[in-house]
Structure formats: structure tokens, C-alpha cells
Write a protein that binds this ligand. Structure first.
Ligand code: G6P
Length: 489
């Protein structure tokens, strides 16, 4: 009875994600420093307060020794984080291999790696075995910290095997799973050799969530077509047991950005940037250096724009922040050189002795510098080839209430469904269209900019990460209660 009426914010929540919101850097045998991790999942989860939440995940480093593990566990405990220690071999096979070389590209419509389509099924199989082993290791840590009544919220493509592991341990555990990437068309998912096993495991959860209705629909189709199960408006049914499937579009902690803009150090930063780029329009890209972000295509579109619009040469600058990520995966290394080559060529072509059209940074900025940059930007370019949601577009909008700049947004980002009305939507593969949209954005009359901005700003402040988490958790509680009622009927 009490569990049924307990409000989610009183509840203990175990958030399980591959990456903890903080990453650890070793300073000595038993000393560690922690810094905020990159990526959309982390920026959203940082906005989740109010819950009695504990985070379970990997701290991003290999810690082979007991002393180091003990010290790190202690340092993380202060941040309410609990580490899962993964050794180098597991990280290689599970994280670099199965997660980031197989699932990540597949879910973003980039297909399976060629070599796995050919004869090397051994490598595929060993990576999948490592994936399952890693998921079991996460499950063991969850089990060790689980208390009756806890909600266990599993996140992302790294942990698709986790719901099954958890339910095997305890069928009563309330388990939710949320995917931060797109879920692709069932025709794409069915190419994956382990397609059925993963779907079945996810279905062991009580509630399965996606950013958009389309992703949820693709998932249900995959379950009906590949597993032969029944899809209902509520989710997927298997022999009388329902797994609820629904869309929960994520948001950001918009107030944190708006507050930051008031700070003196951010104001000073804004002033410096304005002086630095006086007389030029500022365009901005902020991405992890990942092939799904469409950075080369974006640069080519900017080049096309400069080529066709001599008037704008020297009057516009593109600042591209490209945060290095997954640097052990060869595809990411190739992308880095490709991007550097294109930037070099464009700067060589259109630069002068005193100014270049593109400033490219291979690193992240701290939060305050990022807010300042968002605030001085005239046009943001978010041109992902595919993206689960893309919270950079939300962060930009949150920081633009004074300037009312323009957002150019890929129609293949989940955010296109929420910010589409205010943004200029583009097909990022169509370089000519993106180049034209840059012109449209730079020339947009103030009145139209204001109208578009207000539309998006309203959305961003009304749909926060906090609300997203509360909705998911309360839906999970309700789902479990309904299932209990159904089974006692
Ligand atoms: C995306 C994924 C997250 C991931 C983040 C950063 O946003 O959905 O799960 O944490 O990228 O990638 P990384 O591999 O560095 O954790």
C-alpha cells in the first residue's frame, strides 16, 4: 500500500549508466581527482535532483590495484557514485568493441562494420560475450546496493543486457531502461547478429523509454517482426506479460545555464569574446568528435557558403568545439584527421594573415566558458547525421534570451521534434541546403529571429531534465502497480 502511494522524489533511485557523471584522474597511489564527464547523458542526469539517487557506473579508468580501487570508491562516494571496475580487456571488447564499434554506429544508421559482416564472427562473438560479462558486472554492483523498494533505472545501449540480469536476481525489482540514442528501424536492427537476445533482455524491464515516439515505434516493430510478439498501444506483450514502451523526451537543467549567465566571470568572458570577434558574426558548433555529429559535412557546407558568398568572407567566423571521445576506436581516429584536413584546407583557402574563418578546438570548455560562447553566438549549427536528442541545441537556446540567435538543426536529431518550429531544419547530408540555410540564418530579420527563439526558449524552460526523470520514474512506479493488480485479478 505504502509503496503504491510513495512519491518518486522520496524514493531511492539507483541510476545505472556505463559512464558515471564524473570521470576519475589518478593523482597518486591513493589519490584521485574527479571531473565532470562529457556527453548528453551526463548533462541531462546532472539536472536530475530531488531523488535519493545513487549512480552506478564506470569511472573511465582502469584501476587494477586494491589500494587505488578503495581510494576511488571513497572519493566517488562523496558524489553519491558507486564504481564498477572494468579491466582493460573488458573495456577493449565491451566498450570500444561491442558498444562503440557495433551498437553505436548501427543505432545511428551507419551499419555494421564491414569486417564483422564477413568471416570474423569470432571477434563479434567475443565482443558480445564481453558485453554480457560487463553487463553482469554492473548487475552484481546493483545487487550489492539494492534495497527493497528501490527503483533501478538503466541507461543506454551499453546496458541492454542488464534488465534481464537484474530480473534474474530478483523478479520484484522495479527496472526501467532508457535509450539515449535513436532506436533504428527494425530493418536496421535485424542485421545485428545478437538482435533477438538484446530485445528479449530489454523486454525484461518493466518500462522501456525512448526520446521520441518514432524510436519507441521502431522498437515495438523490432519486437513484433523479429521476435513475433504482440505490439499493443501500451507496449509489447509476451504471454500475458506487458513491457510498457513509451516516449520520454529529455531536457536540460535550463535554470543552471540562465543563472550562469548572470555571473560576473561569465559576463566578463562574454565581453572578451565580443571584443575578440567584433565586426564578425559568430557561428558555433559544439560536438563530441563523433561521426554521427556530421562535422565534416558541416565544414563542407560552411566552405560552400563562403565560396558562394564572397561578401561574407571575413565577416563571419565558425567556432567549432570538438570534444575528443572514444579515442581508442579507429573510426574516431580517422575522423579526427579528416576534420583537421578539411579545417586546414578551408582556412588556407579563405583565411588572411590576420584572420581565419574557422577556429577549431579539439577539447572541451569549462561550463562557464561554454555558457559565454553560447550567449555571443549568432548562429548555432547542430547538423548531426543522426542523434538521439542532442542537448547542445537546448543549451544554446537556454543561453540566447538576450541575443535571440538562430538555430540550424538537423532533421535527424531527436530535438527536431521539439525545437523544429523555431529552428531552421536541414538535411545535413545536403551540403547545398545547409549552405543556403547559413545564408538564411545570417540574414534573418530580427523580428523573425525573436519569434523563432521565443518558441524554442519556452520549450526548453518548460521541459527540463528534472521533469523528464520524474515522469519516467512515476510512470515506472505506476506500471509496476498496474502489473501487480493485473496478476492478482
Ligand atoms: C552519448 C551516449 C552516452 C555517452 C556519451 C559520451 O551521449 O548516449 O551514453 O556517455 O555519448 O560518450 P562516452 O563513450 O565518452 O561515454
Amino acid at each position: 500500500e505504502e509503496a503504491a502511494v510513495a512519491r518518486p522524489f522520496r524514493q531511492r533511485l539507483l541510476v545505472v549508466a556505463n559512464r558515471l557523471p564524473v570521470s576519475a584522474i589518478r593523482r597518486g597511489e591513493d589519490s584521485w581527482s574527479l571531473e565532470v564527464s562529457a556527453g548528453g547523458l551526463v548533462s541531462a542526469l546532472l539536472g536530475v535532483k530531488e531523488f535519493e539517487a545513487r549512480w552506478i557506473g564506470w569511472a573511465g579508468v582502469n584501476v587494477p590495484d586494491r589500494i587505488g580501487q578503495k581510494a576511488l570508491t571513497k572519493a566517488l562516494a562523496e558524489k553519491r557514485c558507486i564504481p564498477v571496475f572494468l579491466d582493460e580487456e573488458i573495456v577493449h571488447q565491451y566498450y570500444n568493441g561491442y558498444c562503440n564499434n557495433i551498437l553505436w554506429p548501427l543505432f545511428h544508421y551507419l551499419g555494421l562494420p564491414q569486417e564483422d559482416r564477413l568471416a570474423t564472427t569470432r571477434s563479434f562473438q567475443s565482443q558480445f560475450a564481453a558485453y554480457k560479462k560487463a553487463n553482469q558486472m554492473f548487475a552484481d554492483v546493483v545487487n550489492a546496493h539494492y534495497e527493497e523498494g528501490d527503483v533501478v533505472w538503466c541507461h543506454d545501449y551499453h546496458l541492454m543486457y542488464l534488465p534481464e540480469c537484474l530480473k534474474k536476481y530478483n523478479t520484484k525489482m522495479k527496472v526501467g531502461w532508457f535509450l539515449h540514442t535513436p532506436f533504428p528501424s527494425s530493418e536496421i536492427h535485424r542485421t545485428l547478429p545478437s538482435r533477438s537476445e538484446l530485445l528479449r533482455s530489454v523486454l525484461a524491464a518493466d518500462l522501456v523509454g525512448f526520446h521520441t515516439y518514432d524510436y519507441a515505434r521502431h522498437f515495438v516493430s523490432a519486437c513484433t517482426r523479429i521476435l513475433g510478439l504482440e505490439g499493443t498501444p501500451e507496449g509489447v506483450e509476451d504471454q500475458g506479460r506487458l513491457t510498457r514502451v513509451a516516449a520520454f523526451p529529455i531536457g536540460i537543467d535550463s535554470a543552471r545555464f540562465i543563472r550562469a549567465l548572470e555571473l560576473r566571470q561569465v559576463q566578463e568572458h562574454i565581453k572578451e569574446l565580443k571584443e575578440r570577434f567584433a565586426g564578425r558574426k559568430v557561428m558555433l558548433g559544439v560536438d563530441r568528435l563523433d561521426m554521427i555529429k556530421g562535422i565534416p559535412q558541416k565544414l563542407l557546407a560552411f566552405e560552400k557558403f563562403l565560396e558562394e558568398n564572397p561578401y561574407w568572407r571575413g565577416k563571419v567566423v565558425l567556432l567549432q568545439i570538438a570534444v575528443p571521445t572514444r579515442t581508442d576506436v579507429p573510426e574516431y581516429q580517422k575522423l579526427t584527421s579528416q576534420v583537421h584536413e578539411i579545417v586546414g584546407r578551408i582556412n588556407g583557402r579563405f583565411g588572411t594573415l590576420t584572420a581565419v574563418p574557422i577556429h577549431h578546438l579539439d577539447r572541451s570548455l569549462d561550463f562557464h566558458a561554454l555558457c559565454a560562447l553560447y550567449a555571443v553566438t549568432d548562429v548555432a549549427l547542430v547538423t548531426s547525421l543522426r542523434d538521439g536528442m542532442n542537448l547542445v541545441s537546448y543549451e544554446f537556446v537556454a543561453c540566447q534570451d538576450a541575443k535571440k540567435g538562430v538555430l540550424i538543426l538537423s532533421e535527424f536529431a531527436g530535438a527536431a521534434q521539439s525545437l523544429g518550429a523555431g529552428a531552421i531544419l536541414v538535411n545535413p547530408w545536403n551540403i547545398i541546403e545547409v549552405a543556403a540555410s547559413i545564408g538564411q540564418a545570417l540574414n534573418m530579420p530580427a523580428e523573425e529571429r525573436e519569434k523563432r527563439h521565443c518558441h524554442n526558449f519556452h520549450h526548453v524552460i518548460m521541459h527540463t531534465a528534472q521533469e523528464w526523470a520524474e515522469t519516467f520514474v512515476s510512470e515506472l512506479n505506476d506500471t509496476v502497480v498496474e502489473a501487480q493488480l493485473r496478476s492478482s485479478e
